[in-house]
Every structure is written in structure tokens, then in C-alpha cells.
Design a protein around this ligand. Structure first.
Ligand code: AMP
Ligand code: ZN
Length: 115
């Protein structure tokens, strides 16, 4: 738990979110400003600033995050049609919330390359 972290506050329940999937380790909830018909954020409940820090400190938790992202795709009905997983990291990655989160985007064809 990191003070003044938006996503830690969602984990603790201090800030509401629409939760779509939860395990002991991870939480998945709908993005407030969806960029696709399905836009869900998957986060570890423990605070790590980005995917690199999570992979370095807690590789098993990084694996759980990917498993949860797959589960979200199944629950949202996009596992077959396809989807995109995104970890924005740092300044050039346009990361705005510094609690690692995996964007699960689907329900429409994605464009490549991303902006
Ligand atoms: P990023 O730019 O990769 O750091 O993504 C942060 C994401 O968090 C953005 O897509 C925001 O729309 C989303 N977001 C910000 N505040 C909330 C919130 N309270 N509940 C759900 N999603 C949020
Ligand atoms: Zn946090």
C-alpha cells in the first residue's frame, strides 16, 4: 500500500471501481475512460510502480497478472476475437498512474502501430 496512490485506494475500497475479476493477488476493474468496448485494468494488489519493477521484485505475481488478463478476456467474451494487452511505462510510454496496470483492450479491431 502506497499513500496517495489511486489504484492502492481502489484495492482498499476507499475509491469505488467496477470490479470484473479478483483473486488474492490481483484485481481487475473497468477503466473510467474506456478506449474500446472492453477496457479493463488488471493490477497486482501490492504496489509496484511499473511492469519492470513488478517483474524484478515479484516474477510470480507478474505471471499471475497475465493469467488474470487472460481470464478477463474470457469473461468479457473477447478471448476468441482477440484483444490487446498494454503496459504503458514511464514518460514516453505515457504512463499516468504509477501503480502497474495491464490494459486489456478489445471488442473492436485495434490499430497498429499505436500512437
Ligand atoms: P496509464 O495512462 O497507462 O497510466 O493508464 C491509467 C488509466 O487509468 C487510464 O486509462 C485512466 O482512464 C484510468 N483511470 C484513472 N482513474 C481511474 C479510476 N478512478 N478508475 C478506473 N480507471 C481509472
Ligand atoms: Zn499503488
Amino acid at each position: 500500500m502506497s499513500e496517495d496512490c489511486l489504484f492502492c485506494s481502489i484495492v482498499s475500497g476507499d475509491i469505488p471501481a467496477t470490479i470484473v475479476h479478483e483473486t488474492d493477488e490481483v484485481l481487475a476493474f473497468r477503466d473510467l475512460n474506456p478506449q474500446a468496448p472492453t477496457h479493463v485494468l488488471v493490477i497486482p494488489k501490492a504496489h509496484y510502480a511499473n511492469a519492470a519493477e513488478l517483474a524484478e521484485a515479484e516474477p510470480s505475481s507478474a505471471a499471475s497478472l497475465l493469467t488474470a488478463a487472460k481470464e478477463v478476456a474470457v469473461l468479457e467474451g473477447i478471448a476468441k476475437s482477440g484483444y490487446r494487452l498494454v503496459f504503458n511505462t514511464g514518460k514516453d510510454g505515457q504512463q499516468t498512474v504509477f501503480h502497474v496496470h495491464c490494459h486489456v483492450l478489445g471488442g473492436r479491431a485495434m490499430v497498429w502501430p499505436p500512437g
